[in-house]
Each structure stands twice: as C-alpha cells, then as structure tokens.
Design a protein around this ligand. Structure first.
Ligand SMILES: Cc1cc2nc3c(=O)[nH]c(=O)nc-3n(C[C@H](O)[C@H](O)[C@H](O)COP(=O)(O)OP(=O)(O)OC[C@H]3O[C@@H](n4cnc5c(N)ncnc54)[C@H](O)[C@@H]3O)c2cc1C
Length: 380
C-alpha cells in the first residue's frame, strides 16, 4: 500500500496551483457577478496542456493519468468551481466520446481544435423530462437524405450558450435499450438549435443552457463514428467521470476550509480570535477530518481508474461521499464566518452554492444510492 503522490503528480499540482493563483483567481469576482465565462481561459488552459490531461501524447494530449486529472480538478475547484465545471464539460463530456469513437475527420475537426482551446464543446444528454431517467429521452433523430433531422429539447447543458459544438444524444430508434440512442456532433450555430442561457444559484459563471431543437438538419458526417447506437460510449465513461467530479468536490471543500481557517484565526470576538473558542475549533476539526477522509477515497478511486479496475458501485460511493462532504463542509464554513458568510465579498457562500450543484449533477445522491444498493443486492 502506498499513499504517496509521485514527483510527477507533485509537479502537476505545483504548476496548476501557481497558474490558478496568477491567472484564475483574479477573474473570479467579475465572472461571478456578470455570470459570463471568460472565454480566453480555454486558450490559457490549452497553453499549459490542461485540456488534454487525460489523452495520450500520440493523440495530442498531455498523457497523464487519472490521479493527475483529479489533482488538476481539485486545484481548479479550490478557487472556482464554475470555471472547473466548464473545463470538465469540455475536456471530458464533449471531447472524450470523440477521442474514443470519432472518425479521423471528426477528430481533426473537433477533438484537435478542442485540445487547442480553439473550439469549445458541451454535452447535451439531460432533458426537461429526463435528467435522472436518461432512457426516457424524447429528442429524436430521423434519417433524411444526406443527414439527420433532430427534434426535441435539452436542459441544463453546461457551455451551451458559448459552445462551438455540442455532443447531442438523440433517439435513432424506438425502445429503451442503450443502443436506441446515438450521439451527434452538432456544429453551432445551427438554425434549428435555439439556445437560451439559464440564471443559476450555483456555478454562476459556467454558462448553462436550455436548448429547443426544431427540425435541425445535421449532415451525415456529424453522426459520432458514423454509426448509430453509440450511447454505450457515454456509459463507459460515467464511472471515470464520477471520480473526476468527486475531485472537484474535494477542491471546493478545501477552498471553503482554507478560507474558514484564515477567518477563524483573524476574526476577533470578545478579545480573542474565534478559533480559540472550542465550538469553532471543533467545527474546523470536523471539516479537516471530513476532507481528509474524502481525499483518500477520491484518490483511491482515481488509482482504480488508472489500474483499469473501476466499477460503477465504487464510483458511486466515491461521488456520494465526496459531494455530500462538500455540502457539509461548505455549510460549516458559512457558519464560522457568521454574517460575513452571507456576504458576497467572502467566497464561502459561493462554495456552498456551487457544492450543491454536485449532489445533483453527474447523477443525484439518490441515484448514486440506487446504484450502490443494486450492487449490494447482487452480492452473494
Ligand atoms: C448546473 C448544472 C449543469 C448541468 N450540466 C449538464 C450537462 O452539461 N449535460 C447534461 O446532459 N446534463 C447536465 N445537467 C443535468 C444533470 O445531470 C441533472 O440535473 C441530474 O441528472 C438530475 O436530473 P433532473 O434535474 O431532471 O432531476 P430529476 O431526475 O427530475 O430528479 C428530481 C429528484 O428526484 C430524485 N429521483 C429521480 N429519479 C429517482 C429514482 N429512480 N430513485 C430515487 N430518486 C429519484 C432525484 O434524485 C431528485 O432528488 C446539469 C445540471 C445542473 C444543475
């Protein structure tokens, strides 16, 4: 058993931490206030190789492992989860299926410029009537001469209002099997795609869209891999992605904890710093222990991904523990700050609102519990 990070992992953390402090932290307040994502960040991330962390060097990526991916996520989220969410929707949800199953032409047109930060992607799976229940998807694609005609709607789609392309899941045949759903890479703008930007409580500067799709024509070469029934590609990546967002949760909790520790040491009440009151010190102790427990579970999950040993139930356990931990820790952070915790001048309210997104996104906590309990029922 070895709990140490390698020197390469330490180097990744050091590089990202420095970049986040110098290039990301100064952008957060304005982006949060305006709810506009600073697009230029994608070029900067590309310059550091951060859009290709998980992809092999032979395919234009940085060739790192899942542990490195989690380190990047943790450090981004420690400062701004909204930016980290847009990063994740692009690098993982949008690019992964193309890397995994795209045709050489699709890789050239979307994956390569995606890694370079020249094109920004999103991933449209959820619908107004089907967030948790993906199989009830209503968006459909009908074959027409030279391409496909898409009709339906997609809800809560990260990056949609600013995306250059969207990976869109649509039903290509009746029935509830996974192979009834196919993936399309839709270049934007498309006259049949009407995208409106949603106002949100959490991850405000990560732009999220509602999409009405009305007789949208897409050419044949937009069908992922040139084949129908590719939804299995998404299922393949789900477990890995749940470990990834767990690292995001770890980062948010750390950000809120660090702000609280600093606040508790400097806020003087009745002549002494509040950290000297046992009630506050114990809150900090509980937060530190909660974070430490989740940290090692997250990196255990990442290690299992790297060993090719990840399974759905383990990924759900990691996501459930890390996301619920982030909600608990960020709430305690607000309490430690007193009235200041409610003020926008302090980051802890933002961390809490952002953490709440992650007991919902990538499968709610209830859905994670369903997956875990299903695996328990099948144990002998
Ligand atoms: C900020 C944000 C960004 C997002 N980005 C994307 C994106 O980029 N792409 C994308 O495709 N989706 C995205 N989503 C959608 C997200 O994945 C869904 O919101 C999530 O899966 C839940 O679906 P829902 O909102 O329809 O809730 P519902 O499925 O309606 O669930 C409502 C409640 O019922 C519970 N519930 C539902 N089914 C069950 C069940 N079988 N057993 C027990 N309880 C159940 C849920 O846990 C929840 O508490 C995003 C969401 C948010 C909030």
């Amino acid at each position: 058993m070895d709990f140490g990070f390698s020197s390469q992992h330490e180097q990744v953390r050091e590089t990202v931490t420095r970049f986040v402090a110098e290039d990301i932290a100064p952008l957060v307040a304005e982006a949060e206030e305006t709810e506009v994502f600073p697009r230029e960040l994608f070029r900067k991330w590309a310059g550091l190789g951060l859009l290709g962390v998980r992809y092999p060097e032979a395919d234009g990526g940085s060739g790192f492992d899942k542990i490195s991916d989690c380190i990047v996520r943790e450090e981004l989220s420690r400062v701004c989860q909204a930016f980290a969410s847009s990063w994740s929707a692009h690098t993982h949800l949008a690019l992964w299926p193309i890397w995994r199953a795209g045709t050489p032409d699709q890789k050239l047109r979307f994956f390569k410029p995606g890694l370079a930060g020249e094109k920004i992607g999103g991933f449209g799976l959820s619908e107004p009537d089907g967030g948790s229940d993906v199989r009830s998807m209503k968006t459909k694609a009908d074959k027409v001469a030279g391409g496909w005609r898409l009709n339906g709607s997609k809800l809560y789609i990260t990056n949609a209002p600013m995306a250059d392309f969207l990976m869109v899941a649509a039903r290509t045949k009746p029935g509830h099997s996974a192979d009834a759903i196919s993936l399309f890479i839709v270049e934007l703008p498309n006259p049949g795609f009407h995208i409106s930007k949603l106002k949100k409580e959490g991850i405000r500067s990560s732009e999220t869209g509602l999409i009405h799709i009305e007789d949208a024509l897409v050419p044949d070469d937009c069908l992922l891999g040139g084949e129908v029934g590719t939804y299995g590609i998404v299922l393949e990546s789900l477990s890995e992605n749940r470990i990834g967002v767990s690292a995001n949760c770890l980062g948010m909790a750390r950000g809120a904890f660090e702000a609280s520790l600093e606040f508790a040491k400097t806020r003087i009440v009745r002549g002494k710093p509040i950290i000297e009151y046992q009630a506050i010190a114990h809150k900090l102790a509980d937060m530190a222990a909660d974070i430490e427990a989740a940290k090692w579970l997250v990196y255990y999950g990442a290690w299992r991904v790297d060993q090719g040993m990840i399974d759905a139930a383990t990924a759900s356990k990691v996501k459930l523990v890390a996301s619920e931990m982030a909600v608990r820790v960020t709430e305690q952070a607000i309490r430690i700050h007193g009235g200041a915790g409610i003020m926008r001048e302090y980051p802890v309210g933002r961390f809490h609102r952002d953490a709440l997104v992650y007991v919902i996104g990538e499968g709610t906590s209830e859905i994670q519990r369903n997956i875990i309990s299903r695996s328990l029922r099948s144990q002998s």
